[in-house]
Design a protein around this ligand. Sequence first.
Ligand code: NAD
Ligand code: TYD
Length: 348
Amino acid sequence: MKKILITGGAGFIGSHVVRRFVTKYPEYHIYNLDALTYAGNLENIKDIENSENYTFVKGDIVDEAFINELFSIHHFDGVLHLAAESHVDRSIEDPLAFVKTNVIGTMNLLNAAKNQWKDNFEGKRFYHISTDEVYGSLGAEGLFTETTPYDPNSPYSASKASSDHFVRAYGETYGLPYVLTNCSNNYGSYHFPEKLIPLFINNIIHNKPLPVYGDGHYTRDWLFVEDHAIAIDLVFHEGKNHETYNIGGFNEWKNIDLVQLLCQLMDQKLDRAAGTSQQLITYVKDRPGHDLRYAIDATKINRELGWKPSVTFEEGLERTINWYLANEEWLKNVTSGAYKDYYKKQYS
Ligand code: NAD
Ligand code: TYD
């Protein structure tokens, strides 16, 4: 049985990846390593926690001795690395936390994998999950391709860019078999309500202001998280070693247009008069260093691996809103911090 380590599997994207791998691949044993920071929540994966091919490990990737010991005990065959500090606004407040987890943490995993696998890389794979934000900001035209030069602007994207460079360097220098993907903004269930879409859904439910940064004319390319999990599965199994693939939704939205659409849909779902939620829109001070536009050219992964988004934005957004409305308890727990008790109940 192959042993696969997934890091960050109690977070937003990681929980979808863990669920997919545990349910689709009974021939793998999945180890989910997560430090359960504010963004990690075992409620995100409680539906699979009793699966026979699944083990949760609480631990910090920044702890080098712990990571080395974990690898020496389990001899992993593959690593899917998603654990990260992931929120741009937090990176502006505390950049060092991002260097620790995103750079040092990635280095610890790379070293442990290299040392464990060095005598035989056959059948081994290190998959680093990264972001399109490493490419910096686009103007009104153009798309990010796999050869767009790195030009990160926020401490978050600088830390992810640094980790990407180390992954590539370990491939070149030590022959570590890696694949790397750079993905656009995800949305969907289990998304922590500090990011635009879940924050605004939560605020609309509670009639709280919707803080639009600057003039709202910033553009993001939105991808349904379950489509991202499908792409990750495909790249892990069929991607070529030492290759990068961009993953995006071909789905650009200006923030203000997206927020207007969300307000409209939420009014319908909540049986509120048309225009009610729109009144909550509040323009606030802009984010420093705010990237104007991200948009991915995902033709390489389409051409080489046959992946394309399976869900339209209308469908994905509707499913997302329905999920949050059906899971208000989850929202309440994460906004109150109560979800931390779940770990204590299950594991201590
Ligand atoms: P998230 O913040 O929801 O989850 C991150 C997870 O990592 C949490 O469960 C947290 O507890 C864990 N973690 C954080 N620090 C850790 C540490 N030191 N040791 C062990 N675990 C730790 O993040 P996400 O949105 O699911 O993003 C997952 C990955 O995908 C990240 O690498 C991120 O850079 C990348 N990514 C995210 C997006 C997006 O739109 N969310 C887009 C492109 C790429
Ligand atoms: P976010 O979800 O934080 O993702 P990222 O910064 O990684 O793209 O933000 C998406 C866009 O929404 C970004 O342009 C910043 C903007 N934004 C707001 O206008 N208000 C908010 O409260 C948040 C969280 C984001």
